[in-house]
Design a protein around this ligand. Structure first.
Ligand SMILES: *[C@@H]1O[C@H](CO)[C@@H](O)[C@H](O)[C@H]1NC(C)=O
Ligand SMILES: *[C@@H]1O[C@H](CO)[C@@H](O)[C@H](O)[C@H]1NC(C)=O
Ligand SMILES: *[C@@H]1O[C@H](CO)[C@@H](O)[C@H](O)[C@H]1NC(C)=O
Ligand SMILES: *[C@@H]1O[C@H](CO)[C@@H](O)[C@H](O)[C@H]1NC(C)=O
Ligand SMILES: *[C@@H]1O[C@H](CO)[C@@H](O)[C@H](O)[C@H]1NC(C)=O
Ligand SMILES: *[C@@H]1O[C@H](CO)[C@@H](O)[C@H](O)[C@H]1NC(C)=O
Ligand SMILES: *[C@@H]1O[C@H](CO)[C@@H](O)[C@H](O)[C@H]1NC(C)=O
Ligand SMILES: *[C@@H]1O[C@H](CO)[C@@H](O)[C@H](O)[C@H]1NC(C)=O
Ligand SMILES: *[C@@H]1O[C@H](CO)[C@@H](O)[C@H](O)[C@H]1NC(C)=O
Ligand SMILES: *[C@@H]1O[C@H](CO)[C@@H](O)[C@H](O)[C@H]1NC(C)=O
Ligand SMILES: *[C@@H]1O[C@H](CO)[C@@H](O)[C@H](O)[C@H]1NC(C)=O
Ligand SMILES: *[C@@H]1O[C@H](CO)[C@@H](O)[C@H](O)[C@H]1NC(C)=O
Length: 791
């Protein structure tokens, strides 16, 4: 068998074009299934952590242990041995593409040697923002940054590079994209998502999935099905209380869209429960909704140890045997990420032999697993991507990551157009994250929790080093405060340095983390960091606050006294250059917030598409009801150009249900700039249940020269003004309320909650009558960016 594999690999070297999808994968899979023993089948359903046969002393695979797992018929493996961090043996931080290929070859060789039917294994890796576990691969900002660009083309290309570098390292499967909607900013995996908005998440999930799977060698994995981003109290792995309306209309949408429009080949079940039922035990979620209503026929994997967590964490089972029975019987999971023992194989064989799990249930899953392996071409090319090795980390990809970083940085405050600053100014660059690449990359970068230093990132600029590359006088060597808020030794010297600097760039935020270790008790930015920011501002220097964080930490007023604020989130290795270019004006910022940046702890969590009853009481007049105040709203983000909107035209609903909306945007600034035009809809009244106050339904990012204008045309189809009524298990039932008025709101700051909708844009007589009555007392101004149509 070893010989055959070598021949395959040699043949592969001459192949340069992506392999077309193997359309006969289903028939090959079902044929193969008929020849398999129960042991072989259940081996296919098992995914084991590579660390079980990795020797930490020799930094190599233990051949004997590997042969053992291969002999057990294990069908899948995962993980980098560097997930836990740097090796104490030689300080290495990971394998490069060539080293990964060697390892993949070794595992595949052992697997095929032991497999009677020559079934290859499939290896999965968390390459979630570029080839995050492949040394030398291009690293992109985290998904929250990708989302802030509102640039689907860039995000699809980010997916392409991620897929290419994954294949280049010999791996056919990456555990991404994250398709969870993050409704709670306290959740430690907030930054791994595309933010809080269902529509934006949906568009982004489709774009990146298409990109990841573009080369035909790599499967994407939509995770984490379902509702993981709505964890109670913002605690990771926590139960999520979500009603069926929210499940269908918000949380399921990115999954459904990426299955339907991007043919996502696999998905992962989340760590969470929904309304107390772990999804890994939920027939309703994984069978009725995912397989039934959504029609997903790809491969479904569980999350790390989650089947056994049914006992250990969720306590709906009292033994591993019972956990395996529940997960297999009640869900449609195919592959069990066990991952630390192969006892699952024996347990499941026993359950089948005892008649507790049917043969058909096993066959159903094994068929999907084999189908994926045939589809990816693993039977012919067990280690994909030979022709891609030399492209891993290539300059064109690094340029793309920089472009994405430039478009992802969000300028949320710029008092008196203080930014950009002159290149000859004296600038103090300070703060705990000014010279720390680990903090700027976050978790899932080279290791699970990321790094808290610059060790794996030689050759890339931090914000400090990027600014030193310019022609200005950059005052360096001042940390001021540490990431936990404690004073650094140079605190006093830093304040002194600020006094004599025209400008001070203070880079504040969080250390790197993910999952449970990233839980917090307090969403506020470390008090010591807040005090430092205020102390700097008090010196009279002009302060530019740069926030490098994985979730929007409350600022408690710290941003009020600074002149400019950039929300950078986690732009990773391109962030230093991008931020420096923006501060000096070489790049005109164009990112917008893909989430609501909260101002007060009492308003957490609160997404912008909340219900009408989820509103606040005015602080100055307790009888006045107001929109809850945010630090910055969803969709907020400025540039160095100014854009004026005019000529909103809203059409009628046409035959077939489409509605056209157009608006003209003019760059009234003195330099070229990019602007994302946001279109929200708001249904004023809805009998079924409270309608969201508004929801994003379309967006387009345009690029305009100074003085130029462009008319942006949107065509909304009926899905924009309809919603799903919960009937999980019976298909998607889309309804809309005939006669209702849909308000059209252009731009993040546009409110049309009063009478400001132009009456000439709707034929809804009741709407006009209400408006006439209310106008008799106080004639409100018509907001030109509010329109309406009647459905
Ligand atoms: C299955 O077994 C049959 C009969 O032994 C054989 O003809 C066929 O090639 C086998 N198929 C696979 C996929 O191994
Ligand atoms: C690893 O790095 C540390 C810190 O730089 C150094 O002290 C140590 O000697 C290094 N160990 C090896 C094996 O290179
Ligand atoms: C990958 O690492 C190996 C071992 O350190 C080294 O020999 C090889 O040159 C590296 N390849 C690349 C492309 O950096
Ligand atoms: C191949 O399998 C045989 C047993 O079937 C085993 O003795 C041998 O070590 C295996 N070779 C490799 C390279 O795994
Ligand atoms: C699940 O268990 C029930 C009760 O034992 C049984 O009737 C059913 O066939 C099982 N379903 C599967 C998919 O094995
Ligand atoms: C620095 O100044 C030189 C000479 O004016 C110019 O060519 C160069 O582009 C400047 N570099 C930066 C980073 O602004
Ligand atoms: C911002 O501009 C206003 C008006 O010019 C000024 O009063 C204020 O002090 C400036 N600074 C900050 C930090 O808001
Ligand atoms: C409605 O608009 C969509 C694009 O949003 C378009 O694909 C579709 O063809 C349109 N349908 C009709 C009936 O015009
Ligand atoms: C848009 O630009 C064209 C060409 O310069 C000009 O004729 C037109 O008046 C502009 N429209 C608006 C709304 O500014
Ligand atoms: C609505 O149309 C009437 C009649 O054409 C016009 O007089 C009025 O100014 C329009 N109102 C607005 C707000 O555009
Ligand atoms: C309102 O209805 C009339 C008559 O049906 C039609 O002529 C007119 O174009 C409609 N106006 C709008 C803004 O839809
Ligand atoms: C209605 O809303 C618009 C836009 O937000 C605002 O300009 C106007 O003052 C409001 N009118 C009333 C009566 O609240």
């Amino acid at each position: 068998m070893l010989k055959a594999l070598e021949i395959v690999l040699i043949a592969m070297a001459s192949v340069t074009l992506a392999q077309p999808t193997t359309t006969d994968a289903p028939s090959k899979a079902s044929e193969m299934l008929t020849n398999m023993t129960l042991e072989e089948k259940i081996g296919q359903m098992t995914q084991i952590n590579l660390e079980l046969f990795y020797d930490r002393e020799t930094l190599a695979l233990d051949e004997e242990k590997l042969a053992y797992y291969a002999g057990r018929g294990v069908g899948s493996y995962l993980q980098s041995p560097y997930a836990g961090g740097q090796s104490p043996v030689d300080n290495s931080t990971g394998w490069n593409a060539t080293q990964w290929r060697g390892v993949m070859n070794q595992i595949q060789t052992a697997t095929l040697n032991a497999s009677r039917l020559d079934i290859p294994m499939i290896f999965g890796i968390d390459n979630v923002h570029g080839g995050t576990y492949v040394q030398g691969s291009t690293l992109f900002g985290q998904q929250i940054c990708a989302s802030a660009t509102f640039n689907l083309d860039l995000v699809e290309k980010m997916g392409e590079v991620t897929g290419k570098d994954t294949a280049g390292a010999g791996m056919p499967w990456t555990f991404g994209p994250i398709s969870d909607i993050a409704t709670d900013p306290r959740w430690p995996r907030f930054y791994e998502t595309f933010g809080e908005d269902p529509f934006l998440n949906k568009q982004m999930a489709v774009a990146i999935t298409k990109g990841i799977q573009a080369n035909g060698d790599v499967a994407a994995c939509l995770k984490h099905f379902l509702g993981y981003g709505a964890a109670d109290n913002g605690k990771d792995y926590a139960n999520a209380n979500i009603n069926d309306y929210e499940l269908l209309n918000y949380h399921a949408e990115p999954f459904r869209a990426a299955v339907r429009d991007a043919q996502a080949k696999s998905a992962m079940i989340g760590f969470n429960s929904i309304n107390g039922v772990p999804v890994t035990a939920s027939h309703k979620m994984t069978v009725d909704l995912l397989r039934g209503d959504m029609g997903f026929d790809g491969m479904l994997v569980t999350d790390y140890n989650e089947v056994y967590n049914l006992k250990d964490r969720h306590r709906i089972s009292s033994s591993n045997e019972q956990s395996v029975e529940i997960a297999t019987n009640q869900t449609s999971m195919d592959l069990n990420m066990v991952p630390n023992s192969d006892d699952f194989i024996d347990i499941l064989i026993q359950l089948v032999n005892d008649g507790k799990i049917s043969q058909e249930r096993i066959d159903e899953s094994v068929e999907r697993i084999l189908e994926l392996k045939f589809d990816l071409g693993l039977f012919d090319t067990p280690v994909p991507g030979e022709d891609l090795v030399d492209t891993v980390g290539q300059q064109a990809d690094q340029d793309l990551a920089l472009e994405l970083a430039r478009e992802s940085i969000v300028l949320v405050k710029n008092n008196n157009s203080m930014l950009p600053i002159p290149k000859e100014a004296t600038v103090l660059v300070t703060g705990p994250s000014a010279d720390n690449m680990g903090y700027m990359c976050g978790g899932w970068t080279t290791s699970w929790q990321g790094y808290q230093n610059n060790i794996p990132y030689a050759g890339f600029d931090t914000i400090l080093s990027a600014m030193q590359g310019g022609n200005g006088t950059v005052v360096q060597g001042h940390t001021g405060v540490n990431i936990d808020g404690s004073k650094a030794d140079d605190y006093d010297a830093s304040i002194e340095a600020a006094k004599s600097s025209d400008y001070t760039v203070v880079v504040a935020g969080e250390h790197s983390y993910t999952e449970k270790p990233g839980d917090i008790n307090d969403l506020s930015l470390a008090a010591g960091q807040q005090e430092y920011i205020k102390a700097l501002a008090a010196t009279g220097t002009k302060v530019i606050l740069v926030l490098v964080e994985g979730r929007p930490r409350l600022l408690d007023g710290a941003a009020d006294n600074v002149d400019a604020v950039l929300v950078a989130m986690l732009p990773c290795t391109s962030g230093g250059v991008a931020i420096s270019e923006i501060i000096y004006g070489d790049v005109n910022p164009s990112g917008k917030l893909p989430f609501s940046y909260p101002k007060y702890s009492g308003n957490v969590p609160l997404v912008y598409y909340h219900l009408p009853s989820e509103i606040c009481t005015s602080e100055t007049n307790i009888y006045e009801i107001v929109e809850c105040e945010m630090e910055w709203k969803f969709g907020h983000g400025m540039g160095y150009s100014t854009f004026e909107y005019s000529d909103l035209v809203v059409g009628d609903v046409e035959d077939g249900g489409n509605v056209s909306v157009s608006v003209t945007v003019t760059n009234t600034g003195d330099r070229a700039g990019k602007e994302t035009v946001l279109l929200f809809l708001s249904q004023e009244y809805r009998q079924y249940a409270e309608p969201e106050v508004k929801m994003l339904k379309a967006f387009e990012k345009i690029d305009l020269d100074a003085g130029a204008n462009q008319t942006v045309e949107f065509v909304l189809d009926s899905s924009a003004y309809s919603y799903y009524v919960p009937q999980i298990g019976e298909g998607y039932n889309s309804v809309s309320d005939a006669g209702a008025t849909m308000k059209v709101l252009i731009g993040a700051d546009t409110e049309c909650d009063n009478d400001s909708v132009n009456p000439n844009q709707t034929n809804d007589s009741a709407f006009q009558e209400r408006r006439r009555r209310r106008r008799q007392e106080d004639e409100p101004e018509v907001n030109p960016m509010c329109g309406a149509f009647e459905i």
